[in-house]
Design a binder for this molecule. Structure first.
Ligand code: PEP
Ligand code: MG
Length: 576
């Protein structure tokens, strides 16, 4: 019997090959003291020097194999080794605590990780923590004389299965043999995910217990499109996936041609497919992946890598960079959306029993104008460098939208009075994430320039289901007729007022939802870049007029499963 494991689809494509487990080296250390501090310091220097030589070699390899981004990641590790503060901290520990070199390294690593990880949910610090972990492993491997696993030793075609794949592991890959990747850790935005994309390797990350369930040599199917791993598949499953893999490659070859064209349905309706971005690196991906704009700029990243609130000037420079880079394509910036699951070190939030229903997003913005106002000023100033739109997250009532908009107008007026230029045509909209707003959409539509439907939160609140809780994930149903009715109502209400509607939650790239959304008239889709060409290709193939009976039947279906079946019947290509 085959076993089906699921995770996050990190990098597209399907592959079938035997598993090769990358077992981590045992680098555990105990607290140990020394009487010869000088000897320990000398050992430390040697291990740093050896690590640096290895990393320089890997950086060169990465340059040939993986491109600039991988080189940057490895060079960050070299910079960590070269950082005199880090070295001094370790040496101080050896001298003052009489620690052995390895124990001092471990203690200092723990110290920095505790700082990085205190501010969880921060991509930048997460990256720093990953780099520090990776480099510490290398230093410890020299101090303990325990070699690190070497993915470069693989001499047959196989799929790597590991808890983590580090950027340096990736640089050691022999492309002839690595067929795909499965990891237990990692998210869509982890470094590894980004690099597996560069290597065009099918990958599924966050597969719970993969290293415990999968054994060396087990045959695996890795479906990096849907985030599935099948262990010891049946003959039929292998056949089925071989066909899918072939079809996917054919499809993918066609996508490149779409990049510079507009997204138009088979019956000539124009749609916009934009990218969700959270860092500047995402903007580069967005452009490479055929984005027609930025449908969601999550501004949280600016606040997350600091101990203090970013200044207006820092924000202005960042927004200007984003807006200019998009060369006149629209960038929809969302004001700070913290609270709920997103915490910030520098904004003290009270403990809440129900943080998702509590003090978050625009609720914080309105209560703490010293946070919202500088952000709006920075955005307004950046607006002259391209085409900027601004939206407020988690609006629940018309009063809230009006209050936020009044602050924006006030800042705009002040800037203009001070002789600072602001674009004339800034669209001001809101995220639609709360069911009450969908119910009242006809009224909201009079005040906004656009809605962007945040399906991730909208579904969470509609079904009273925590979007991050695996136990209740079965209730999180993007295709449920209740969601579809709500979305349709919002689109109709907006269009009646001549306003446009986008969607920037995950539902916007669900291939089963896309035909329904386009047929309902959604104007803009926004998603992580890796999904863009796939969705654009699907839109190109479909005729919105011919899909109307499908919408009608889906809206009147009883369950999400029934909707899925209907879509498969009308649009067989979504199955891939
Ligand atoms: C959403 O809620 O759908 C959304 C896009 O916002 P976030 O995922 O950042 O909450
Ligand atoms: Mg949201």
């Amino acid at each position: 019997m085959s076993i089906l494991l699921t995770g996050l689809a990190a990098s597209s494509g399907i592959t079938i090959a035997p598993a090769h487990l990358l077992v981590e080296s045992d680098l555990s250390i105990k607290k140990q003291h020394t009487a010869d501090e000088n000897h320990e310091v000398a050992r430390l220097h040697d291990s740093f020097a050896l690590s640096k030589t290895e990393l320089q070699h890997l950086s060169k390899r990465a340059h040939e194999l993986l491109g600039q981004r991988a080189v940057t990641i490895i060079d960050t590790q070299i910079a960590i080794l070269d950082d005199p503060t880090l070295q001094k901290k370790i040496i101080d520990r050896i001298n003052s605590h009489h620690d052995t070199a390895e124990w001092a390294v471990k203690r200092v690593e723990d110290y920095y990780l505790s700082i990085f990880e205190r501010k969880n949910d921060n991509e930048y610090l997460y990256a720093r923590a990953t780099a520090l972990r990776d480099v510490t492993k290398r230093v410890l491997s020299h101090l303990l004389n325990v070699p690190l696993p070497d993915p470069g030793l693989l001499d047959h075609r196989a799929i790597f299965v590991a808890n983590n794949i580090t950027p340096t592991d990736t640089a050691q890959f022999d492309k002839r043999y690595v067929a795909g990747i499965v990891t237990t850790n990692g998210g869509r935005t982890s470094h590894f995910t980004i690099m597996s994309k560069t290597l065009s390797l099918p990958a599924v990350v966050g597969v719970k217990d993969a290293t415990a369930i999968i054994h060396d040599g087990d045959l695996l199917i890795v479906d990096g499109i849907h985030g599935k791993v099948i262990v010891n598949p049946t003959k039929e499953e292998v056949e089925h996936y071989r066909l899918l893999a072939g079809k996917f490659i054919q499809e993918q070859q066609k996508w490149g041609a779409l990049k510079d064209k507009q997204t138009v349905s088979a019956d000539g309706r124009r749609f916009e497919v934009g990218a969700n971005v959270g860092t500047f690196a995402d903007v580069i991906d967005a452009q490479e992946d055929g984005a027609e704009g930025i449908g969601l700029l999550r501004t949280e990243f600016l606040y997350m890598s600091k101990d203090e609130l970013p200044t207006e000037e820092q924000q202005f420079n960042a927004y200007k960079r984003f807006v200019s880079a998009m060369n006149g394509q629209r960038v929809v910036a969302r004001t700070l959306d913290i609270g709920g699951d997103k915490k910030l070190g520098m904004v003290a939030l009270p403990h809440e029993d129900n943080p998702y229903l509590g003090f978050r997003a625009i609720r914080i913005g309105l209560a703490r104008p010293e946070i919202l106002r500088p952000q709006l000023r920075a955005l307004l100033r950046a607006s002259v460098y391209g085409r900027l739109a601004i939206m407020f997250p988690m609006i629940a009532t018309i009063e809230e939208f009006q209050a936020a908009r009044a602050i924006l107008d006030d800042e705009k007026e002040k800037l203009e009075q001070a002789g600072i230029q602001v674009a004339k045509n800034i669209e001001v909209g809101m995220m639609l994430e709360i069911p009450a707003v969908a119910v009242m959409a006809e009224h909201f539509a009079k005040y906004v320039d656009f809605f962007s439907i945040g399906s991730n939160d909208l579904i969470q609140y509609l079904f009273a289901v925590d979007r991050g809780n695996q136990q209740v994930a079965y209730l999180y149903q993007e295709l449920h007729p209740a969601v579809l009715r709500m979305v349709r109502q919002v689109i109709e209400a907006a269009h009646a007022e001549g306003k446009w509607v986008g969607m920037c939650g995950e539902m916007a790239n669900n291939p089963y939802a896309v035909p329904l959304l386009m047929a309902m008239g959604l104007d803009e889709f926004s998603m992580s870049s890796s999904q863009i060409l796939r969705v654009r290709s699907l839109i190109n193939q479909l005729n919105t007029r011919k899909l109307q009976p499908l919408v009608h039947r889906a809206i009147h279906a009883e369950t999400a499963a029934a909707v899925q079946e209907l879509v498969e019947k009308y649009v067989p290509q979504v199955k891939l």
